[in-house]
Design a protein around this ligand. Sequence first.
Ligand code: 5AD
Ligand code: SF4
Length: 464
Amino acid sequence: MLAAFLPLALSTYRFKKDSSVKKSLKVFVKTYGCQMNERDSEMISSQLQRAGHELIDNEKVADVVILNTCSVREQAEIKALGKAGYLVRRKRTNPNFKIGIVGCMAENLGEKLFKLNGVIDFVIGPKRLHELANILEGNRKNLSIGNPKRQPLSHDFDRKLETNKCTAFLSIMHGCNMRCSYCVVPRTRGNEQYRPMEDIVEEAKFLAENGIKEITLLGQIVNNYGGRLMPVINGKTPFVQLLERLDILPGIKRIRYMSPHPKNFSDDLILAHKTLSKLCPSVHLPIQSGSNRILVAMRRPYTAERILTIVKKLRRVVPNVGISTDIIVGYPGETEEDFAETVSLFDTAKFNMAFIFKYSPREGTRSAELVDDVEESEKERRNQILLQRVQEASLYYHQRFLGKTEEVLVEGHARRGTDTMFGWTPNHCKVLFKASENDIGKILSIQIDGSTTTILSGTIAENA
Ligand code: 5AD
Ligand code: SF4
């Protein structure tokens, strides 16, 4: 499996144009879903540019629209299907116009997509995105899902670096070996595959050389990097070994990762938050539920007590650490009592942010065979209760920074045409402040003087 990610001819693979391209097309890529998809869209864009096509921002003048889709919840699929339906009209007036569906929904619905929408030209799953440029050259309908016939050569390294960008996602693995009962991801993205550490470090160096200051390591279970294929050395898991190698790279100022699984949240990772100077004091730790009964039903191998232990240890090591989470409400059989346990865990663990999802059955998953027995109105009620809690917790967390000076990495303009800029603190709080375009990519000391549930505001500190 690892052979798939051998570091072959990385430099030649970056931006070299393929002169054999027949016709340059204007391509618009729309991304739905998670950071993985954002990263995949970057890879697609770079691959198509390399093949001589033009990536554009204006969908209306595109020759090809590619929807990079998500399947994780029903709503995500409905949105992309709606968009595909809307694009059909363009096809009627311009038969040369092409519509492609790629990513998780492509893998999940496969051939059905051609039936649902008779004018879709190609459907490509996440494991076969490297075939896109070739597929675009053909004129036949194309279905490319499942495992690739030939493994891609360093496909991961494909990226299109925008100017004035100082943060980047870096995929360190693909797929997921867990089988959480509700989750479609193992079906759409397949089993875990880890990129060689050398390759990842190379890519991080390349990013640093190109002005990137902050990298976010991506994986479905990012802290399971290496799995059983890479050794634990001196009590350090492969993920922590990787973090250590990245921490010493010149140019990279901040390292984040998304998303870890509580099961693999080992003590060496907690300690790394103390010892590694660039590892940011913020962790996204999806709990899904606070009821041990529901966690068993979800096939999540940990308990509410274990979550509290991780959180406690993290706080001991990194005092102001920001900890956010994902929660699903209305899982089949979730009683009022189970829900109360989730609220209680949210409160006790003092998460400062959370994404709340109403359970939706996904075809092919274990839980889809269960009766979806929590009424929609009840799911919504539980959703609202937690959202209220999240707002309060977020405001409470933000207020601790009032009057303090925070190191903010300046990312860009908050609003077009104004001198209000935005950036993020190490704890992952968004901050607004007055600065200039030249400050993008700098870390500025900002005196925090305002806070809401969603944002902090401040001014550049006098002695900065
Ligand atoms: N229904 C609702 N939420 C889901 N998630 C994953 N699958 C489902 C589902 N079937 C949520 C989980 C996960 C996040 C990315 O999406 O909380 O962490
Ligand atoms: Fe889905 Fe569970 Fe894997 Fe996360 S760990 S991607 S929720 S199966």
